[in-house]
Design a protein around this ligand. Structure first.
Ligand code: ASP
Ligand code: MG
Length: 425
């Protein structure tokens, strides 16, 4: 049994769905669990719907819903033509459910509301994919991640209850495979013990593929992408990128932790625990090799890899009483940062200073200044870049630093991390 994951870009329109069918056709003898994300940019559209609902902006709410509905209806029309009634009915029911929520007088927390609504992007996409594959003659069963992936109540970043999930997944999917060849399942979403829907964090569908493979002892996972595999750098920022043919689980975890966006950082761990290989392959050229991630592979394959993050802000905290940065201060600083849900990309301390680097667009700098103000002076520097180089050498260091000012640098034997201020032209 194999697990395949198709992300938003691989199901973004009718042609993309036809291509998914073609790829599945390459594996006629296999039992396959197909994990699907929301189509195209639907998750972003749903985030706007939740905001409009939360702000009680009915016009905006309705306009966004109409957009989502029209987007999916177009795809349905193109794929099903005159046979679209059944699937359109399913879509209408989901949309009506969203509209009802606006008038629901019960007020929950924002994050809870978010998960109940945003998860529907995946529910819609899997319904369409499943119906389409059926119409193409495949033996398919739609399955519901909201009945299989059990999580805690940490909405928007839910944590998996592994033992319960393992039981639920294996009983559901193994039953499906008694009669069918393909089980379609939503990525990104799960459920609590009391039946609320949760999500696993943005871009979390890869992680779902990892969870399902773990629970089913799958033979392999393949993530189908619009790139040739894992590259040693982001082609938007670097010329002459190299595809990594073969890397170890450890290397993949390191690269995705530092921000290589090809796979979600949580995906690899469950696969590593069971030694299940992970392939990253191109959905445009599905017969090409792609990247294979597996148990420790040949060290000779280690080429320098670059991970580049823009829009970084460096914050430095100095205790107002000029006390040293020691354990007591550190735990106080972390407590305050945790209160605003800050995600730290890098940190460094000196005698009187503690510095953290955060993503500008994911951090509320004003709030941070506010909650630190009474005890610390805070300095900050915006619009910076963070470059991480795995397997660096002097040449690669010189290359990334040219024409830029180095504000901070950290090196271990394998990894160099540099905070840069781009030159002002
Ligand atoms: N649709 C979700 C998102 O865009 C999950 C995913 O694509 O992996 O974040
Ligand atoms: Mg997505």
């Amino acid at each position: 049994m194999k697990v395949f994951k198709f992300g938003g870009a691989s199901v973004k329109d009718a042609d993309a769905l036809r291509n998914v069918t073609k790829i599945l056709g390459l594996f006629p003898e296999e039992k396959i669990v197909v994990v699907v994300s929301a189509m195209g940019k639907t998750t972003n559209a749903f985030e706007e719907i939740v905001l409009a609902l939360w702000n009680r902006n009915e016009d905006e709410f309705q306009a966004k819903i109409d957009e989502v509905k029209a987007f999916h209806n177009n795809i349905i029309d193109e794929l099903f033509g005159t046979k679209s009634q059944e699937i359109k009915k399913q879509l209408d029911e989901i949309i009506a459910g969203i509209q009802d929520r606006y008038f629901n007088s019960e007020r929950w927390s924002f994050n809870l509301e978010y998960d109940q609504l945003v998860s529907l992007g995946e529910v819609i996409s899997t319904s369409i994919v499943s119906e389409y594959l059926k119409s193409e003659g495949k033996k398919v069963q739609w399955t519901d991640a909201r009945k299989m992936i059990r999580t805690n109540h940490a909405y928007r970043e839910a944590e998996v209850d592994w033992p319960v999930t393992e039981k639920l997944v294996s009983s559901e999917i193994n039953t499906v495979f008694e009669e069918k060849d393909i089980a379609i399942c939503q990525g990104f979403i799960g459920h609590t013990s009391d039946g609320f829907t949760t999500t696993l964090g943005r871009e979390g569908s890869d992680f779902t593929a990892g969870i399902l493979a773990y629970c089913l002892n799958a033979e392999s996972v393949t993530i189908w992408k619009d790139v040739a595999g894992m590259l040693n750098a982001d082609p938007r920022f670097f010329e002459n990128t190299i595809k990594l043919d073969k890397i170890s689980f450890r290397e993949a975890i390191e690269l995705s932790y530092y921000g290589a966006s090809v796979i979600h950082p949580k995906t690899v761990k469950p696969l590593q625990n069971k030694g299940i290989p992970l392939y990253v392959k191109s959905f445009i050229n599905p017969l090409d090799e792609g990247t294979i991630i597996q148990e420790e592979s040949d060290k000779d394959h280690l080429v320098p890899s670059f991970i580049f993050k823009k829009n970084q802000v460096l914050l430095s905290f100095t205790p107002r009483d000029f006390s040293f940065i020691v354990e007591k201060n550190l735990s106080d600083i972390f407590n305050r940062l945790a209160r605003v849900n800050a995600k730290i990309n890098l940190m460094q301390n000196s005698a009187l200073n503690f510095s953290v680097l955060l993503d500008e667009d994911k951090s509320d700098i004003h709030k941070i200044l506010e909650i630190f103000e009474n005890t610390y002076t805070v300095k900050f520097n915006e619009h910076l870049e963070l470059v991480t180089i795995r397997h660096y050498d002097q040449k690669t260091l010189d290359f990334v630093c040219q024409d830029k000012k180095v504000l901070l640098e950290q090196k271990t034997r394998e990894t160099a991390r540099i905070v840069l201020m781009p030159s002002v032209e």
